[in-house]
Write a protein that binds this ligand. Structure first.
Ligand code: CA
Length: 234
């Protein structure tokens, strides 16, 4: 976990006691922390120096965190910035909305600083290259673990950290059907709580990213079973 130290986290939360509590916990965990109280300040902070991860509250005075997440994911400069969304709402539909907006994880208030640190580690780990072969090729797609980039021909495929991990798993395990449960286990690891619908959200995002390069057909839904990464027709 040592290499996580010194990573820069930007906290966007208008409620000062909560923001300070989070900042304190993250600094204690070795992170380099910056704070913003609204979306406008957050955007300025991000433009000045991109953090490694954003802890973003849903309810903010000038614009919702959800909308900021959407904007950041639409912009090619910030598309790959990992986001953990905080919210007081616990409804399932909101959770999916948050993930659809581009958040990589979701935490419902109240939570302990320890839990947030664990989530941050998990998200940052997903955005790190795994061991093994440096370059993986599949049907014209090239995934480079060293530079953490995916290319199709000479064009870069823009992926968030979770979609990168997902594609990395698929490219190293093609032509086999995996259930949602197996994918959760292999991509997220056993200890993080994510429900199966989360998989569908990330599959949708991965397909969308691949679609721009004509490669979305590789991610196949196998009815009643799960997903398969394959160059062959369904
Ligand atoms: Ca708030």
């Amino acid at each position: 976990m040592q290499r996580m130290a010194g990573r820069q986290i930007l906290i966007v939360e208008d409620e000062r006691p909560i923001r300070e509590m989070i900042a304190y916990g993250l600094r204690r965990a070795g992170f380099d922390v910056r704070e913003a109280e609204d979306c406008r300040t957050a955007r300025t902070e991000i433009a000045n120096r991109a953090p490694d991860l954003l802890v973003l509250d849903w309810m903010l005075p000038d614009m919702s965190g959800l909308e900021l997440a959407r904007q950041l994911k639409r912009d090619k400069d910030t598309r790959e910035l990992p986001i953990i969304l905080l919210t007081a709402r616990a409804e399932e539909s909101d959770k999916v909305a948050g993930l659809d907006a581009g958040a990589d994880d979701y935490l419902t208030k109240p939570f302990s600083p320890r839990e947030l640190v664990a989530r941050i580690h998990a998200v940052l780990r997903r955005s790190e290259p795994a061991g093994g072969e440096e370059r993986i090729e599949f049907e014209g797609l090239v995934l480079d673990r060293g530079s953490h980039r995916v290319t199709a021909g000479d064009r870069t495929v823009s992926l968030g950290p979770t979609e990168f991990r997902m594609l990395e798993f698929f490219m190293t395990h093609p032509e086999r059907v995996y259930s949602r449960d197996q994918l959760l286990d292999r991509i997220w690891g056993g200890n993080v709580y994510v429900d199966e619908r989360t998989i569908d959200v990330h599959i949708r995002r991965l397909r969308k990213a691949l679609e721009e390069h004509g490669c979305d057909r590789l991610v196949q839904t196998v009815r009643g079973a799960g997903y398969r990464f394959s160059a062959l027709a369904h």
